[in-house]
Design a protein around this ligand. Structure first.
Ligand code: URP
Ligand code: ZN
Ligand code: ZN
Length: 494
């Protein structure tokens, strides 16, 4: 006998689309109720609203895990995007969650830094968000008293810099931060470039009157990146704690990460669209236009683009982020130090939060360099796991937040700055032809983007408390000098 159940009516149902997660692709309907995905299957029942996704891809909403929004640089320059324009632009690019930085400048208390960024994000963000903490002043008080409280508030990753005079931490400070991360269950993200090499090269170039934007590329040698990655991995594997090397731009750097992973060290790697789709030729444009392409690490050459692609394909990079750092081509941003500043005084960073996923979809999935499942892994799933968000986000699974992007895999577009929704007047990807774009974006069951229009108010996004970093199943071991089984039983409190 068939038992009839009185089924709840869904708030929203997405029908007949091709659904893809990082590990599977299937044809199914999706039922959403009270912000969550509550049913996946056929004949799941009635809904108050139905979206017909025939011919479309139904994918987890993207998670943008490296972006600078409403953040002052170490030189005091404010990004052009605040939490409204930054989050709107992210949403139009298929994202439903952001993890920008809350940046500590020297002398600031972490509590105050976090309070400031909460006050910036809460009233404005249209999609969900968390923060990574930038630590530039790791005093004993910061490490021992302030950091534990920050971790308990769900901020379970921080970024440190091996370069930039106002942000740099030295090796001993790095060890202190890494040890705290290990104890507290946090992941340390590392901007790995050798500061002395950059300063030395910059001085040599400026002294010989090589000041134009293109010299920025020469002032950050490839070896500066690989040396620093090597050192970062040596320090973190010494105390056996996970790190993530952000925005890797060179094959040499990628190889060090690949080898470290092969050797059983807890290392993740991230690259960004600029290292796959752009090269340093554009830095030689006339009239200071090369300044638009100044970022750190810098753009490299064409061969390098191919190498970075290969390392994305082969899994050396688990994370693909925009590193959206928007500075306009005027006195508020790139040219804050004058109309023709030397390359050392040009604000560093490229915009790209809205184009990150369409570029990868088009050049990666459509051109068969990656599978649809790998696209999903890079768009959302990998970072949800690495950054402690997978209890809520990163896949289309019953019980998770109904964060979904419905992609039209056939639509063709040409990227134009005027069509994007960030607060920028240029895009480094101007004129690129794209196939595929997210047409409907849904956050916790609510439509955020539909028919090329924003459907939610500012402040729609919520702060997401992230889990501590779980090292279960990761390889790695303490250095023998720290291991009581091998160091004459010496207890060293790390
Ligand atoms: O040039 C860049 N990437 N600017 C943003 C700051 C950073 O180091 O990520
Ligand atoms: Zn960086
Ligand atoms: Zn960055």
């Amino acid at each position: 006998m068939r038992i009839l159940l009185v089924m709840d009516v869904f708030d929203l149902k997405i029908t007949t689309g091709t659904v893809a997660n990082a590990t599977e692709t299937f044809h199914s309907d999706i039922g959403i109720k009270d912000c969550l995905i509550t049913a996946i299957g056929k004949n799941i029942g009635e809904a108050k609203r139905v979206i017909d996704a025939t011919g479309k891809f139904v994918l987890p909403g993207g998670i943008e895990a490296h972006c600078h929004i409403e953040q002052e640089s170490s030189g005091g320059i404010m990004t052009s995007d605040d939490y409204y324009s930054g989050s709107v632009s992210a949403a139009f690019g298929g994202n439903t969650c952001l993890i920008p930085f809350a940046a500590q400048h020297r002398g600031q208390k972490l509590h105050d830094v976090l309070a400031l960024y909460h006050s910036r994000a809460k009233p404005k963000s249209v999609i969900d968000y968390s923060f990574h903490l930038i630590i530039s002043d790791p005093t004993d008080e910061v490490i021992n008293e302030e950091l534990p409280k920050i971790i308990e508030q769900g901020i379970t990753s921080f970024k440190i810099y091996m370069t930039y005079d106002k942000l740099i931490v030295d090796d001993q400070q790095m060890l202190n931060i890494l040890a705290a991360a290990k104890k507290l269950g946090a992941l340390t993200m590392i901007h790995a470039e050798n500061n002395a090499m950059i300063n030395w090269m910059s001085e040599k170039l400026i002294d010989s009157s090589h000041q134009e934007p293109k010299y920025h590329a020469l002032s950050h040698p490839r070896t500066a990146e690989s040396e620093a990655i090597n050192r970062a991995i040596a320090l973190s594997s010494f105390i056996d704690t996970p790190i993530l090397i952000v925005h890797v731009s060179t094959e040499a750097g990628a190889r060090i990460i690949a080898k470290a992973r092969y050797d059983g060290q807890k290392v993740f790697g991230e690259t960004c669209p600029q290292y796959m789709f752009l090269n340093a030729q554009t830095m030689d444009l006339p009239d200071m236009q090369g300044a638009q392409f100044c970022c750190s690490p810098p753009l490299r050459d064409r061969a390098s683009q191919e190498e970075i692609w290969r390392c994305l394909q082969n899994g050396t990079f688990q994370v693909y982020s925009s590193d959206h750092a928007p500075y306009r081509f005027d006195e508020t941003g790139k040219l804050h130090a004058g109309k023709k500043p030397p390359f050392t005084k040009i604000a560093n960073g490229l915009p790209g939060i809205e184009t990150r996923l369409p570029l990868l979809f088009s050049e990666g999935y459509i051109k068969k360099r990656i599978t649809l499942n790998h696209f999903v892994a890079l768009a959302a799933t990998n970072v949800s796991r690495i950054y402690g968000l997978d209890h809520r986000k990163g896949s289309i699974t019953e019980g998770k937040d109904a964060d979904i992007a419905i992609w039209d895999p056939e639509v063709k577009k040409i990227i134009k700055a005027e069509d994007l929704h960030d607060n920028m007047e240029f895009t480094p990807y101007e004129g690129m032809q794209i196939t595929g774009w997210p047409e409907t974006v849904i956050q916790r069951g609510k439509i955020v983007i539909e028919e090329n229009a924003l459907k939610v108010e500012r402040g729609n996004g919520e702060f997401i408390h992230r889990k501590k970093i779980d090292c279960t199943g990761m390889p790695g071991r303490l250095a023998p000098e720290l291991d009581t089984n091998e160091n004459f039983g010496t207890k060293i409190d790390i």
